[in-house]
Design a protein around this ligand. Structure first.
Ligand SMILES: Cc1cc2nc3c(=O)[nH]c(=O)nc-3n(C[C@H](O)[C@H](O)[C@H](O)COP(=O)(O)OP(=O)(O)OC[C@H]3O[C@@H](n4cnc5c(N)ncnc54)[C@H](O)[C@@H]3O)c2cc1C
Length: 386
């Protein structure tokens, strides 16, 4: 393949949305994936697109992502559904935070509705009445099917924008060339372009390991489960609960956050970074999670490959306090891993033509589409000056 403008290494949601925005601007893009298909964080998540939970800069990228997902969905089925997101408060403190976020999001002209306990139970009858204090609903937010979205998005890019997609292609070297940059694959093939962008996710050992392993990147391991299909149960949209309210960035900016106490029954759950989310998949099954364990990128192997049943049982016991359907009817359980950094994202320019972007943490499905748009604007400013 000749005359490539941009090589994107890594076809998770970060790399693929960069490929999308560059290709839309007429760039000839080569997207390279080390595995036969992407199987990392981008396919192991809930598929919740929830800008309301993000801090201010990322809230903006999340809002833009909603538009991008909707625009593509009109042309090509990416599995995007607009069922909204709902945060369910279980006590007075969480309810107070919901009220404060409601005021802020309304001031930002972001559609939302506060629901009383009665209204919440009327809208979501499968919730346990004893759990619910009230809820905050964001009608514009989206859900996607994580086990399908990225494959469909890549197909859309190759069909519509002539993006070239190479799989089974681990990139093991990346270097400057005259007027650009080059890559070498593990089978020794080489490619050159004007620029290379590396969106490696939590893989830190193949390219620029000195830089990545000595950065502040931390890898998080999340335990997830999926129930058997329950088409008779309806709990649509992204369901976020009390511990999510206590955890998500958007609430840390609320006035009463500093006074938040931790009820005793949350202590063990918080120790494992557990908060309870539900997402009903198209077949009626529920994705339920999650927990968070952390290790520096250089010691990511310490996170272990095993699923701890103790953590899953903590999650399911709390989940059963929230919903009436039988959450113990689990058909699958898995772990997902993502990289994160204190800076919210790791953006590193190796030189003018080689760039690394990783460490987006737990917000990638929500914000990559919008984030990548401004990122391409930064990386390829010449495309915007004409
Ligand atoms: C369990 C779980 C639940 C989550 N839930 C949500 C959610 O509901 N909503 C939300 O917004 N976010 C969620 N997230 C976060 C979101 O999934 C991530 O932020 C996002 O998927 C990260 O995308 P990425 O492209 O950076 O990384 P990845 O998905 O890890 O993709 C990186 C890709 O690069 C490839 N690669 C790496 N190095 C090379 C190389 N040298 N050569 C070739 N290919 C390479 C890898 O094989 C991989 O396919 C969740 C994450 C997890 C783990």
């Amino acid at each position: 393949m000749n005359n490539i403008d941009l090589i994107v290494v890594g076809s998770g949601v970060m790399g693929t949305f960069h490929a999308y925005h560059a290709a839309r601007l007429g760039q000839r893009v080569l997207l390279v994936e080390k595995d036969a298909k992407p199987v990392q964080a981008t396919v192991r998540n809930f598929g919740q697109v929830v800008p309301s939970g993000l801090g201010e800069r990322w809230f903006g990228y999340g809002r833009r992502s909603l538009e991008i997902y909707r625009d593509i969905q009109q042309e090509y089925d990416l599995t995007v559904r607009q069922n909204g997101s709902v945060y369910i408060a279980s006590d007075e403190e969480e309810w107070q935070l919901l009220n404060e976020l409601y005021d802020r999001r309304r001031a930002e002209h972001y559609p939302c509705h506060l629901l009383s306990k009665t209204q919440t139970l009327a809208k979501y009858p499968v919730l346990q009445a004893g759990y619910v204090r009230g809820a905050l609903f964001f009608p514009e937010e989206l859900s996607v099917e994580p086990d399908q979205l990225i494959y469909r998005l890549i197909r859309y890019l190759t069909n519509k924008y002539n993006v070239t997609y190479l799989t089974n292609a681990p990139v093991i070297d990346c270097y400057p060339t005259t007027g650009g940059a080059g890559i070498t694959l593990s089978d020794k093939r080489t490619f050159r372009a004007r620029k290379v962008l590396i969106c490696n996710g939590s893989e830190s050992r193949l390219l620029f390991p000195d830089l990545l392993l000595n950065s502040d990147l931390v890898v998080s391991k999340l335990q997830m489960m999926q129930t058997v299909p329950m088409p008779q149960v309806s709990l649509p949209g992204n369901i976020l609960t009390g511990l999510s309210i206590r955890r998500y960035e958007s609430f840390t900016g609320c006035a009463s956050y500093a006074q938040l106490s931790t009820p005793d029954h949350y202590a063990e759950l918080k120790k494992w970074g557990i908060h309870i989310l539900f997402k009903q998949a198209l077949d009626g099954s529920f994705i339920i999670g999650d927990s968070h364990e952390y290790a520096p990128a250089a010691q990511a192997e310490d996170l272990d490959f095993q699923i701890r049943d103790y953590i899953n049982q903590l999650i399911l016991t709390e989940a059963q306090r929230i919903v009436q359907f039988p959450v113990q009817a689990i058909q699958k359980t898995w772990a997902g891993f993502y990289a994160q950094t204190k800076q919210e994202i790791l953006e590193h320019d190796v030189n003018d033509n080689i760039h690394i972007i990783t460490g987006i943490g737990g917000k990638g499905m929500t914000s990559c589409a919008g984030y990548a748009e401004q990122s391409i604007r930064r990386l390829l400013p010449e495309l915007y000056t004409a």
